[in-house]
Design a protein around this ligand. Sequence first.
Ligand code: SAH
Length: 453
Amino acid sequence: MKEREKKRKRKLKEEEKAKNNIPTLTSTEEATSDDKVSKKSSKKQKRDKSTKPSTTKDDTSIIAAPPIPPPTALPPAVKLTPLQQSMRAKLASARFRHLNQTLYTTPSTSSLTLFSDNPEMFTEYHTGFAQQVAGWPENPVDGYVASILSRGKLIEKRDPWAQKNKGQKGQKPKPQPTDTPTTEKALKLLPRNLRGISTIADLGCGTASLSLALQPHLKPLKLAIHSFDLSKPAGAAHGLVTVADVAALPLKDGTVDVAVFCLALMGTNWLDFLDEAYRILRWRGELWVAEIKSRFGRVNRAGKVLAHSVGSQKKAVPFAKKPKPPTKAQNRQLAEAETQVDDQLLSVEVDGVELDAQKQETDVSAFVEVLRKRGFVLDGEEKEAVELGNRMFVKMRFVKGTPPVRGKNVVKEEEVAAMGGKKKMRYLEDLDKEEEDGGDEGAVLKPCVYKLR
Ligand code: SAH
């Protein structure tokens, strides 16, 4: 009897327990809590698995049942209507343009503060930037990577030291077989230090795509890459970037072989960036500049008023000033050309299709002249040193190769005194010319506004 009583009590207890703990599946809320329960039991099952034999088929099906999502908690992106999606894209685009304009129209010290106070803005900026570049015929960084690879490999194959050691004493070294196409034979070796290392500084590196792409080649090609920007990118490149304003770099004088400004001459003090590049570069070190075409002066192809005269020694015309054309017709054509590029803010909207349709040539002569005053000369023939082929951007290659008459690196008096006869004469002449020139150099590059659609 006692035993039966006990059994009955136990059954009653179990029934009571079941009533309190196990919800009936009648509403979503309960389903959610059930989900919690099944998760709990799932954890328990897992724990138990290690010590006990596996559970029955039915138990497994309960554990594996997909959770029922709460009705209001769908991810926002999935929930957005097409209209909302387009509004969101427009907002992102407007924020990118605003940020971009800020970077072009303020000194770099304020941009550095802006990004250090709001690091998320850097990601936002580069999302917009990548979207922009994706619509271009080519990303200038890709060209730079290709160029470093081909010129870097070239040095391995044609290294005079390596070849000397291979050939017999006094014999002219035999040309080495090379997989470089014949058209690339004229390629210049990548500049290197005495230990054979080429140090490249990517100034305004963004998401450091140059460094990322070159990582597998650093050792074999003896490359060292420094990447600087106002903020660190998220993801794989995070550790590759040093936060610094390119107007004040944490690098010693004369320690860099190639300095790259790929679409990065952005602050109102971009001339300071050039001075800093001059400081860190070795003598004959290279400066690579890629810039949006429409930031420079433009020439109407039909009129040919301002002949494309890159590297010419004649006095350059600062962009904001109107030169004096000799005839009325030329004057009219010049005005036409200028109206097209000169809006109220002296800023330019970038849109590849429109640029192409305008069929204008880019006149980089004023820019080249600004660089010459700061100690940079075009690297060789104009047709090799200036690439105008692309409808979006211009690429120019300079070398640190003349004493600066402007900016922070102007040669000190005692150094001028120590110069040899001819060199000294030439420098003093340049200084005189420079005093006559004047002009608003900062206006030679206009701020650029990307057009996102
Ligand atoms: N060179 C990269 C990124 C171009 S976007 C590429 O071509 O993909 C321009 C970059 O220059 C931005 O990331 C911006 O933050 C950086 N920049 C502009 N002014 C700078 C400055 N004073 N110092 C460091 N970086 C700067």
